[in-house]
Each structure stands twice: as C-alpha cells, then as structure tokens.
Write a protein that binds this ligand. Structure first.
Ligand code: MTE
Ligand code: MO
Length: 159
C-alpha cells in the first residue's frame, strides 16, 4: 500500500516506536520509516473476550526483519544463542505483551508476526504501529499504539 506523506503539525505529530534493550543498533522509528522494510499483508480473525469475533486487514513489515536490523547482541550464526531472548511490546496505554525471540525466528517458531503500519486500509502514522499475530486465536496480543519494543537477553545470567 502507498503511504501518503504529509508535513506533521503539533496536533498530529507522527507516533514513534523506540527499539531498546540488548541491541547494537537501538532506534526510534516512525510508522513511515517502517515502510522501508518489505511489506506483508495479513487478513486475520480473532476473538475478543469483550466484543466477540473481529476481522481485520493489516499491512507492515515482519517484526523479525525490523528487530534483526537493530542487531540484537546474540551471535546470529549460533542458533542456541538466540533462545534466551525475549521481546517485550508496550502500547502507549501500558498494555504489554511478551514474545520469545524463537517464536518469530525463521529457524524456530516462524510465526509471521507483523509490525503493522495500516489497519483496514487506514495508515497508523498517528497512533503508532500494531502487533499482528495471525496465529493467535485471541486478540489480546494485538497491541496497538506501540511506543516501545524491548529486546532482552538477560536470561544469560540465570544459572
Ligand atoms: N494498546 C492496546 N492494544 C490492545 C488492547 C489494549 O487494551 N491496549 N486490547 C487488545 C485486545 S484484548 C483485543 S481483543 C484487540 C481488539 O482489537 P479491535 O477492537 O481493534 O478489534 O486489541 C488488543 N490490543
Ligand atoms: Mo480482547
């Protein structure tokens, strides 16, 4: 999909997502910046405990592609090194979900998780990207308005 570029004003400044934690290249990215990775589409159905069955269309880059570019501090050639890494995704309202690195790693769980830049055809520049997990039955991990993603390999010291 094509993103319409516009000059931001104070009233609709583009949201930014911070990539932080155990990364060699931490970053601050706007939704527009997320268009520089290959874009994927997903048509998803999930159930919400409160509002029942929901259907949506999303587009955006793979979370794995975006986080790989931020260069996590594991040795990418050693598969076992990646298994202790966690990914914490936080929305601006404090809603929070954890994934394991292995869950989205093409060598392990291969979940096609997206960092969506559009929802049902509407760009998410103002609210921030949304986590999309086509494998989830329930909608609770579809964190919207993402403001930070933290990669944590801290379990290295846990023995
Ligand atoms: N930031 C944020 N994202 C969130 C939530 C939330 O409370 N805050 N609720 C989740 C839940 S429980 C569901 S079911 C879906 C609902 O998405 P929809 O109402 O857009 O279909 O959003 C998810 N994403
Ligand atoms: Mo929900």
């Amino acid at each position: 999909m094509i993103a319409v570029s516009r000059s931001p004003t104070a009233a609709d400044a583009p949201a930014e997502v911070v990539l932080t934690g155990d990364l060699r290249r931490p970053a601050r990215l706007t939704v527009a910046a997320l268009l520089s990775w290959p874009q994927h589409g997903a048509r998803v159905t999930f159930e919400c405990a409160g509002s029942g069955i929901r259907r949506h269309r999303f587009t955006g880059p793979r979370l794995h592609d975006v986080l790989t570019a931020a260069d996590p501090v594991f040795d990418p050639t050693r598969r076992k090194d990646r298994l202790r890494f966690l990914i914490a995704v936080r929305g601006a309202d404090g809603h929070h979900a954890l994934l394991s690195w292995a869950e989205i790693d093409p060598d392990f769980g291969r979940a096609p998780v997206l960092l969506a830049v559009s929802l049902d055809g509407t760009p998410l520049d103002g609210t921030g990207p949304q986590l999309v997990l086509p494998q989830d039955r329930c909608g609770a991990r579809y964190v919207s308005g993402i403001e930070a993603i933290r990669v944590d390999g801290g379990y290295a010291a846990w023995h």
